[in-house]
Design a protein around this ligand. Structure first.
Ligand SMILES: C[S@@+](CC[C@H](N)C(=O)[O-])C[C@H]1O[C@@H](n2cnc3c(N)ncnc32)[C@H](O)[C@@H]1O
Length: 385
């Protein structure tokens, strides 16, 4: 099959199977050089699913909505003519159709970078997993007012909470056999926003009977959360003031560590792996350990003399290795953006669902370490103990 036909078929399939995430057309190739990009997303308009395109011109954006069939046909007209790159993101795979100078197309298929297939409600209010109405804990945390309205300065956190719950929910669906009474540990739970919301979702939306434990170094935050949990009626939620390094879990079904600093993320992953967690979710924070132990190849020196680029390189190597080390331990991993960078620059999420081990992971990790002169990756050290 021609690469373009294969791409269009994947687009059609993702739309009909509810797996479409977004579409981007770039690299202008037509006569109108001002026609820069097309961004496609799926929205619901008066109960109908519609492909909504933003047509970006040099000086303005134009929005066009088309039925799914019409929209797919439009993409067929644009691709290879007006645009020489087409990127399709689905929850199954990322596809990239690229035309070279001779307009010969090639199709690249990669692991999916996106978890959820959003259909935005265009004519209705957005439905959230966690509602601000009637949730005392959101009020106590300063996110909503006493009347259940999200405060102006709580909007960002409220959206972040809901995005996080959306991701967890989709992981539970993918897993399929998550226990009815799961043991969940949130390492580095901080003020507990996400821990409370997770408990709320699992009990009130998913009808599970979880036991959720937040582990947090700071005693004042633990006290705050332990006082709030019974007030919210969350009997299975509790917090412990402890270094996660010293925490010895008996059983963990889901391990969470969001924005836990540097090697705290590694400690959390290792604890999850050792305890046989079915699902591991981490959003790494800083990457000092690998940065200090990394001696990148000489050809990268002119790039990495800039501190910020060295930091990004350390992030890539640290998190890439984390995913490989998890794969070696029998987890199928995904690495993707958690919330958009406008909410927080620390927005990368690594998730692992227990499945088949990647037999090449060890060798790939070794190679990567060698290439970047990584003397030690703390997660590896912990897993080897
Ligand atoms: C940036 S906050 C994130 C809080 C929360 N997970 C979130 O995403 O909203 C990181 C938290 O991890 C805690 N922390 C860092 N290292 C820790 C450790 N070794 N043991 C327990 N808690 C730790 C810090 O005290 C801090 O409250």
């Amino acid at each position: 099959m021609e690469p373009k036909d294969e791409f269009l078929q994947a687009l059609q399939h993702s739309l009909s199977a509810g797996k479409f995430v977004k579409l981007t057309l770039s690299k202008s190739g037509g006569e109108d050089k001002d026609f820069k990009n097309v961004y496609g997303r799926l929205i619901e308009l008066k109960g109908e699913k519609v492909l909504s395109f933003t047509l970006r011109y040099a000086t303005r954006d134009v929005t066009k909505n088309h039925s799914v069939a019409e929209g797919t046909a439009m993409v067929g007209l644009w691709v290879g003519h007006d645009f020489l790159n087409a990127d399709l993101f689905t929850t199954e795979a990322d596809l990239s159709l690229q035309y070279n100078r001779k307009r010969k197309p090639r199709l690249f298929r990669r692991k999916a970078s996106q978890q959820a297939a959003p259909v935005q409600q265009h004519d209705k209010k957005k439905q959230y997993f966690i509602s601000a109405q009637g949730n005392a804990y959101l009020h106590a945390m300063g996110i909503s007012s006493a009347s259940g309205k999200v405060r102006a300065d709580g909007q960002r956190k409220f959206r972040q909470i809901n995005k996080y719950i959306e991701i967890v929910d989709s992981l539970l669906q993918q897993h399929g056999q998550f226990p009815e009474q799961p043991h969940i540990v949130d390492m580095g739970s901080g003020k507990g926003y996400l821990t409370f919301a997770l408990y709320d979702h699992l009990v009130n939306n998913r009808k599970l009977q979880p036991s959720v434990t937040g582990i947090e170094l700071r005693q004042n935050l633990v006290d705050f959360c332990n006082e709030l949990a019974p007030k919210a009626g969350f009997t299975g939620l509790s917090f412990r003031a402890q270094d996660i390094f010293d925490y010895q879990p008996e059983r963990i079904d889901m391990l969470i560590a969001l924005h836990a600093c540097d090697i705290a993320t590694d400690i959390a992953i290792a604890k999850g792996v050792r305890a046989g967690a079915e699902i591991i979710i981490v959003a790494p924070c800083c990457h000092k350990q690998v940065r200090k132990s990394m001696q990148p190849p000489a050809e990268l020196k002119p790039v990495l003399r800039h501190g910020i680029l060295q930091e990004r390189q350390a992030e890539l190597v640290t998190d890439g290795l984390r995913a490989l080390l998890m794969e070696e331990q029998g987890y199928e991993t995904k690495v993707f953006e958690f919330v958009s960078t406008e909410h927080t620059p620390k927005n990368l999420m690594i998730v692992g669902i227990k499945g088949k081990a990647n037999p090449e992971a060890r060798q790939q990790a070794e190679q990567l370490k060698q290439d970047f002169g990584v003397q030690e990756h703390y997660l590896e050290t912990l897993l080897l103990e």
